[in-house]
Write a new protein. Sequence first.
Length: 129
Amino acid sequence: MLEFPKISDPRGNLSFIEGANHIPFDIKRVHYVYDIHNGSGRAGHAHRNLQQVLIAISGSFDVVVTDGTQRKTVHLDRPNYGFYLPSMIWRELNNFTAGAVCLVLASDYYDESDYYRHYNDFLFAKSEV
C-alpha cells in the first residue's frame, strides 16, 4: 500500500501523486474503471512488464492478487491510498460499491502483447522463471 500526501483544510481534502516520487515509476498512462454493474468484476489478467497503482477515487472495491502461489485480497476505499502492483501479479477486481471509481496509474503505454489474459498461461510463464 502507498499513502499519498493529503492536504486538509475547512474546504475539504486534496491529495496528489507525482510519478517516480510517490510511486515507483513514471506515469505513462492513466485510465479509470467506473459504472461497474452490481456483482460484476474487472481485470482477470497479469502483465509481463507493466507496473500499476490502483486507487479507489470514489466508493470501494476489492483487489484479489496472486503470484501463482499465495493469494491476497486488499480492500481499497480511501482516495489517498494506492495499491502497487508490480509486473507478473495476477489481479481481479470485484465487490464494487455503487458509484465506485478505480483509477489506474500505469508505467507504460497500452500494449496488448504485455497481457496474460488466461490464468494457466500466467502460471506457465511463472514456472519458466
